[in-house]
Ligand binder design. Sequence first.
Ligand code: RB5
Length: 149
Amino acid sequence: MKVAIGSDHAGLTLKKHITHILDELEIEWEDAGTDCEESCDYPDYGEKVAEAVSLGNVDRGILVCGTGIGMSIVANKFPGVRAALCSEDYSAKMSRLHNDANVLVLPGRMIEQATAREIVTTWFKTEFEGGRHQRRLDKIKAIESRLNK
Ligand code: RB5
């Protein structure tokens, strides 16, 4: 399992905390930036992580911005990316069980580090259920194919 992680300035502190959690979970990660507090544009970092997932260069992605909304909008533009914005544990669990989410988006300005720990741990420990949910993912794939023609 290899993960790309990225944030803007508003997500930087939480991103750093999450890299420690990934180390504890023994998950390999690479940092796509940003690496400083200076104001920057979330699409630049969302693009790097989502593209790496879309191309299969990494297995999963994690993105953090202030609300998580901007990063979600960017990430879900990329074919094959299923980005889930989660601010509590239940959404994290369901995003894996039902949606096979491959990018986790977190709102850096809205959740405590302890909540982020729960979310990240659950997200990596929960497997996709398949079955009827696979049929629904196949429909998403069909929509992507139709729109890209
Ligand atoms: C940055 O101020 C903020 O707009 C950004 O982090 C994010 O919340 C956008 O959706």
